[in-house]
Design a binder for this molecule. Structure first.
Ligand code: LMR
Length: 391
């Protein structure tokens, strides 16, 4: 049996981790996978997470199974963080292993409810989106998103493509901090996107993996909240990996918004999908998130630390734009300061990306996506000079 297996294509982002590890140049710079790092290159455990873990160790009395959907308190707390209050009557939810687990379960729910529905993805998008859609054998389409010439949004192209979405298809939207481009819709553009999709009768699936990394916890949830309010049905796949820094705990949620009358059936289907795929969802990360969100002091400390993280990335953006101005003697890369979130797509060719890696020990994804948080005050000018050298 096993000899029938073919090698699978390697994930381009994860491949970089291995290549970086094997590089023995001391000055190497890792701008690959989307993991936050502080100025010393460490991905810290957040203070509130440590405090919650200590408290949990002291008070937890059992490791028996949680519910199939996870703990109701987790769903309530995280749905509140994402959507604000007032959605409980129509929101069904399951805890999932990370944001990827939530995306996977969302797609499986769509396949159960509406086999044949096409999934529309932004061009470009996180490479794992099309990968999972294809793996599940679901039809896929793309809508224009990024304007290579300006490194901003191709809004006319985007609207034109969304105007061709057939009724009942699903459109995946990045709630904030678009991955991989870093270019984001303005509030007015979101309104227009929502109006078009509503008129088309499309169903939105929002991927919210970076709440708190762009313009702030509340601002980053604004678009998702608008979507939730505007559509009779919407799916929201959210991750706590980044904003709680608990990547390996695999902590995510899938929220399915519908009518209050259908909530029980939707919840039953979500529970069923968890049971089929892995039975009970992981609980450790979810419990930490719940404890932090429910405790005023822990929550305030977490928010303060998250805000430091966000401002640090914003600072690095400004510094990098500035250094690139000096190094290239042009404003070509000014967009880096306007982008938001962990990533920016620099608009370099694949060959330039390879030269950066081979000649300058700078690692970025082949489409020239950089993880801003992989930089620090010392490496920003080094990167700017290396980029100028390969242009
Ligand atoms: C990324 O895009 O780098 C992150 O979402 C991590 C991943 O799993 O790819």
């Amino acid at each position: 049996m096993l000899e029938a297996l073919n090698p699978q294509p390697q994930d381009k982002i994860l491949q970089l981790i291995a290549m970086f590890r094997e590089d023995d140049r001391a000055e190497k710079i890792d701008l690959g996978v989307g993991v936050y790092k502080d100025a010393t290159g460490l991905t810290p455990v957040m203070r509130a997470v440590k405090a919650a873990e200590k408290k949990l160790w002291e008070t937890e009395t059992t490791k028996t199974y949680t519910g199939l959907a996870g703990e109701p308190a987790y769903a309530a707390a995280l749905t509140g963080l994402i959507l604000g209050e007032g959605h409980s009557a129509r929101a069904a939810a399951i805890a999932t292993p990370g944001g990827t687990g939530a995306i996977r379960q969302a797609l499986e729910l769509i396949r159960l409810a509406r086999p044949g529905a096409k999934i529309w993805l932004s061009n470009p998008t996180w490479p794992n989106h099309p990968s999972i859609v294809k793996y599940l054998g679901m039809p896929l389409a793309e809508y224009r998103y990024f304007d290579v010439a300006t490194s901003g949004i191709d809004f006319a192209g985007l609207i034109e493509d969304l105007n061709n979405v057939p009724e009942g298809d699903v459109v995946l939207l990045h709630g904030c901090c678009h991955n991989p481009t870093g270019a984001n819709l303005s509030p007015a553009q979101w309104d227009e996107v929502i109006a078009v999709l509503r008129a088309r009768g499309a169903v939105p699936l929002v991927d919210l993996a970076y709440q708190g990394f762009g313009d702030g916890l509340e601002a980053d949830a604004e678009a998702t909240r608008k979507v939730a309010a505007a559509f009779p049905e919407a799916l929201i796949a959210a991750s706590c990996s980044k904003n709680f820094g608990i990547y390996r705990e695999r902590t995510g949620i899938l929220i399915a918004l519908g009518t209050p009358e259908r909530k029980a059936v939707v919840q039953g289907n979500l529970n069923f999908l968890n049971r089929q795929n892995y039975s009970f969802p992981p609980d450790h990360g979810a419990r930490l998130v719940t404890m932090i969100l429910e405790d005023a002091a822990l929550r305030a400390d977490w928010q303060a630390e998250l805000e430091e993280v966000r401002l640090n990335m914003l600072n690095l953006r400004r510094q990098l734009a500035e250094e690139l101005r000096k190094a290239t003697n042009s404003d070509r890369f000014d967009f880096v300061a306007d982008h938001r979130g962990m990533f920016s797509r620099l608009g370099l060719t694949e060959a330039q990306v390879v030269r950066l890696r081979e000649d300058h020990a700078v690692y970025m994804v082949g489409d020239s996506r950089i993880n801003i948080a992989g930089l620090n005050a010392r490496t920003v000018p080094v990167l700017a000079r290396a980029i100028a050298a390969v242009l």
